[in-house]
Design a protein around this ligand. Structure first.
Ligand SMILES: Nc1nc2c(ncn2[C@@H]2O[C@H](COP(=O)(O)OP(=O)(O)OP(=O)(O)O)[C@@H](O)[C@H]2O)c(=O)[nH]1
Ligand SMILES: [Zn+2]
Length: 207
């Protein structure tokens, strides 16, 4: 995360002009939240918690230190002339909503019709993580994934669908359990031809 940390991201944070907050400052912020929640950050069980939370944040938000172009940089053309749909379904993802900073999680389905070669299958799952491991809305996550596929693979078409449960709707607020939010976007041939969209839905078992 350090390597690509963009200091301008925190320029609006008083006392942090042009620098990333230190680990110590992050841990102090966690202690403040613990006290604000009503507990005692100095009691034994909570002493190491700020450090753990900071480390966990490093994992939850590791996407800020990654970019899609790196993940999708290596493509293969030696695929026997295969140019039909490539589809990964049920890619699990965990993200955090940018409104409440609590998790939303579910499955992503990504398809593309190759034009300039194909990409390693694991890279599409990694691509989801590049953007999921940031503060997000589900709509933005959907758009960023398909934009990255288009920019880096130049396919004849791409399709992305996300299905997720938002803990900010389950654990708090409206307390609506079991609600699945579905977002999707189609580009190229998938946007133009209903038949291709229907194939996508059929492959992911939605019709
Ligand atoms: N469109 C969209 N909304 C989201 C997403 N994640 C959370 N939200 C919603 O963001 C909204 C924020 O609404 P606000 O009224 O500003 O905040 P709030 O008072 O905490 O809202 P409630 O959740 O209704 O209690 C809520 O309706 C959330 O359900 C997302 O990925 N996409
Ligand atoms: Zn939320």
């Amino acid at each position: 995360m350090d390597a690509t940390f963009n200091a301008s991201n925190v320029s609006a944070l008083p006392g942090h002009e042009n620098r990333r907050p230190t680990q110590q400052e992050a841990e102090d912020a966690v202690r403040t939240l613990i006290a604000w929640a009503g507990d005692d950050p100095t009691r034994e069980g909570l002493l190491e918690t700020p450090g753990r939370v900071a480390r966990a944040y490093g994992e939850f938000f590791s996407g800020y230190g990654q970019n899609a172009a790196d993940v999708l940089s290596k493509t293969f053309k030696d695929v026997g002339g295969y140019d039909d749909i490539v589809l990964l379904k049920d890619i699990p993802f965990h993200s955090h909503c940018e409104h409440h900073m609590v998790p939303f999680f579910g499955k992503a389905h990504i398809a593309y019709l190759p034009h300039d070669g194909v990409v390693g299958l694991s890279k599409l799952a990694r691509l989801v993580d590049v953007f999921a491991k940031r503060l997000q809305t589900q709509e933005n996550l959907t758009a960023q994934i398909i934009d990255a596929v288009n920019e880096n693979l130049n396919p004849r078409g791409a399709a992305v669908m996300l299905e997720a449960e938002h803990m900010c709707m389950t654990m708090r607020g409206v307390h609506s359990h079991g609600v699945t939010t579905v977002t999707h976007r189609f580009t190229g041939v998938f946007a133009e031809e209903r038949e291709e969209r229907d194939r996508f839905f059929a492959f992911i078992g939605k019709r």
